[in-house]
Design a protein around this ligand. Structure first.
Ligand code: UDP
Length: 322
């Protein structure tokens, strides 16, 4: 198939792009390179440097490329930033999303695989989250993803689109060549590994008074390679609807820090700090649906193994792609 990939230079987009190419698909990347990295794209890959907020740019690209399907990764994805500047999230993720869907409709492109998020669920409590859990986001980032999911449902019902929203839990890990490099890094594993690299003195643990066994937040860490595999399967099988992508296992912040100590051999000092506003205590997926519909099973379920892949990448790229 020929796939138009928005946000192909980003963390999850670039790993999925590599998997698509490996599987023999043709790709065209549409990316503004604002938060992604040109270095994460294979040399010679067809690329339009453009912004989804520019309706004409995406419409022209869609008409020229005429892909069989779209994979849509391009979006802002920082919860904290969205709480300070919600407008960025609604303009980029929602308006940009409408421009993308309208470009598809005009060009007769009807299949889309969308990067959604467990942030669409908000704070559902202590039970594992399945796809029927109420979606009630607690920040504009999650809201922007949920709005796009809702648009997908209407475009599929009314315009006959084939749409799938993949709701990632905590994406992490790396391949040999592609990894996580955010200018404004907020994610736990890269921040802990920075300590092991000697780039920061300690990691902060945001709250140890949650209602969890060790008091720190529990998350479902899902490897980026497994996410890429799920995209490929969703695309090739033309599966529709929405599904969680997680391992079904939860690890606390303290457990992740311990894993990083084991993998790196570094003592990694940790300082208990105040809670980060908006952090739910526990977010763990029930991911049976992806197994049923895609035949998807995450290969990386052990936290040490996940951290080890990230550690290899960060050691080889101590300053990211720069
Ligand atoms: N976290 C932490 N210290 C950090 C960064 C994150 O204690 O420096 C915690 C955060 O409060 C959350 C978990 O680690 O409970 C995962 O955070 P991350 O930002 O990686 O992903 P999120 O779950 O917010 O999408």
């Amino acid at each position: 198939m020929k796939i138009l990939v928005t946000g192909g230079s980003g963390y999850i987009g670039s790993v999925t792009l590599a998997r698509l190419l490996q599987a023999g698909h043709r790709v065209h990347v549409f990316d503004n390179l604002e938060r992604g990295h040109r270095e994460a794209l294979p040399p010679g890959i067809p690329l339009t440097v453009g912004d989804l907020r520019d309706a004409a740019a995406i419409a022209d690209t869609m008409a020229a490329v005429r892909p069989d399907a779209v994979m849509h990764f391009a979006a802002y994805a920082l919860v904290g930033e969205s709480m300070r500047q919600p407008e960025l999230y609604f303009v980029n993720n929602v308006t940009g999303g409408i421009n993308l869907l309208e470009a598809m409709r005009a060009a007769g492109v009807k299949q889309i695989v969308f990067s959604s998020s467990c942030a669409t669920y908000g704070e559902p409590g202590s039970a594992d989250i399945d796809e029927s859990t109420l979606q009630s986001p607690t920040n504009p980032y999650g809201e922007s993803k949920l709005i796009f999911e809702k648009m997908l449902r209407w475009y599929s019902g009314i315009h006959g689109f084939r749409t799938i929203a993949l709701r990632y839990f905590n994406a992490c890990g790396a391949t040999e060549t592609l990894g996580e490099d955010h200018a404004d890094e907020t994610h736990l594993i890269p921040l802990v590994l920075r300590v092991a690299l000697g780039q920061s003195p300690h990691v902060k643990i945001f709250g140890d008074d949650y209602d969890t066994p060790d008091g720190t937040c529990i998350r479902d860490y899902v490897h980026v390679v497994d996410l890429a595999e799920a995209h490929l399967q969703a695309l090739e099988r033309g599966v529709t609807g929405a599904m969680n992508l997680g391992t079904g296992r939860g690890f606390s912040v303290k457990e992740v820090v311990e894993a990083c100590r084991r993998v790196t051999g570094h003592p990694i000092p940790a300082i208990i700090s105040p809670r980060r506003p908006g952090d739910p205590g526990r977010l763990v997926a029930r991911a049976a649906l992806a197994g049923e519909k895609l035949g998807w099973q995450p290969r990386f379920t052990e936290i040490d193994e996940i951290v080890a892949t990230a550690w290899r990448w960060h050691q080889a790229h101590p300053h990211g792609y720069a």
